[in-house]
Design a protein around this ligand. Structure first.
Ligand code: PGA
Length: 250
């Protein structure tokens, strides 16, 4: 049995006061959960959030990381720094990183390898644009994004990894994939992984992301191959995020 994971991707939102309020509510609710819960704040607030997560079962993650170990990379953050701050997970290849910051499949694969080697658990994001879905290319796109990492990193590096299927057209739009659309792609992702290693494929968690909210989470998470969610907007509202966590644990 796979333990569900609900991850909050706060993106570039919040300030110190907001984060204190949000984390106070989340840690109060965290206690008896039978799922894994993760928050990924902006990097400058990782230490502040760590103050809360160190005394409860919520895990800490980052939204991005450099593929380089250290050096002259102005504005970048290294894996050693994330380890130093107590991060367990790192989101990689989010569609906003791919489309706005030019991250290619190769860069994402390099980050994935570096993250695993540094002992962090990568959350590898894949997903198609609306145009790609409408032209029937969804599985091809997701397969290309996934295989780029499998081919470069090797399947063994997926042992502790997480994959997130995030259709680009569903991110921040209020438009969610239907339960059937999500299950179809999640099953395809698992099948692609199984071509390399059926044990890893059976055990890996595949999250759905894209306008997950308190109202639609239960239906999405009820699918066999949907093992939780990567949640953006709704992770900034304590009650909504808690409701999504409960839906994953039900
Ligand atoms: P959203 O974002 O829930 O606001 O659609 C999800 C994500 O980008 O990870």
């Amino acid at each position: 049995m796979r333990t569900a994971l609900v991850a909050g991707n706060w993106k570039m939102n919040g300030d110190s006061a907001f984060i204190n309020e949000l984390m106070s509510s989340l840690t109060t609710a965290a206690g008896s959960s039978n799922i894994d819960v993760l928050v990924c704040p902006p990097a400058v607030y990782l230490s502040q959030v760590k103050e809360f997560t160190q005394s409860c079962s919520i895990a800490l993650g980052a939204q991005n990381v450099s593929e380089h170990p250290n050096g002259a990379f102005t504005g970048e953050i290294s894996l050693a720094m994330l380890n130093d701050l107590g991060c367990e997970y790192v989101i990689l290849g989010h569609s906003e990183r791919r489309s706005l910051y030019g991250e290619t499949d190769t860069v994402v694969a390099d980050k994935f390898i570096a993250a695993v080697d540094a002992g962090l658990k990568p959350i590898l994001c894949v997903g198609e644009t609306l145009e790609e879905r409408e032209s029937g290319a969804t599985i091809d796109i997701v397969s290309r994004q996934l295989k780029a990492v499998i081919d470069s990193a090797g399947i063994d590096k997926f042992s502790d990894a997480v994959v997130a299927y995030e259709p680009v057209w569903a991110i921040g739009t209020g438009k969610t994939a239907t339960a059937e659309q999500a299950q179809e792609v999640h099953a395809a992702i698992r099948a692609i992984l199984a071509e390399s290693d059926s044990v890893i494929a059976a055990k890996i968690r595949i999250l759905y992301g894209g306008s997950v909210n308190a109202a639609n989470a239960a239906e999405l998470f009820a699918n066999e191959d949907v093992d939780g969610g990567l949640v953006g907007g709704a992770s900034l509202k304590a009650n909504d995020f808690i409701a999504i966590c409960h839906a994953a644990g039900a």
